[in-house]
Design a protein around this ligand. Sequence first.
Ligand code: PNS
Length: 161
Amino acid sequence: MRIAVYPGSFDPATNGHMDIISRASVVFDKLIVGVLHNPEKACLLSVDQRVTLLKKLTQALPNVEVHSFNGLLVDFVEQSGSNIIVRGFRAISDFEYEMQLAQTNAMLNNQVETVFLVSKTEYVYISSSMVRQLYQLGADYSKMVPAETVHLLEQRRKEIK
Ligand code: PNS
């Protein structure tokens, strides 16, 4: 059984993430979405909110699981019974960061392979950081994310007020 891990911060989950998840779920027998829990990083959504949202967004995909992890990604991959990391590749601007990530992970565990899925053109401009920026500035970000993400973020906005 080919098990792959799709790691990320998912703060918040975007249409680009969902595209990679649905395509990777076809390529692999099982896909584990790994949500990074980094207590030192200030996130818009808590790790529980990010995991719950992704579980909701992937409920129609029976071979997809969502878990949080902290510490090293390669350890999480190994604990998941996998040796494959999936990352989305949007544009050349992703190259340096993704190379660094893939090579560091390969140095830490040479059994782990990183596989890239190239983003569909309609998603290349979308990033969680851009969504966060638009959200914080009160601009329309709804075309970049699933409706459930909008719902959660707008609920959060009401709670904060
Ligand atoms: O969505 P992101 O923020 O680009 O995802 C980055 C992520 C979570 C894949 C990366 O930060 C990560 O793997 N962090 C875990 C710590 C780790 O293993 N670091 C060494 C390899 S870079």
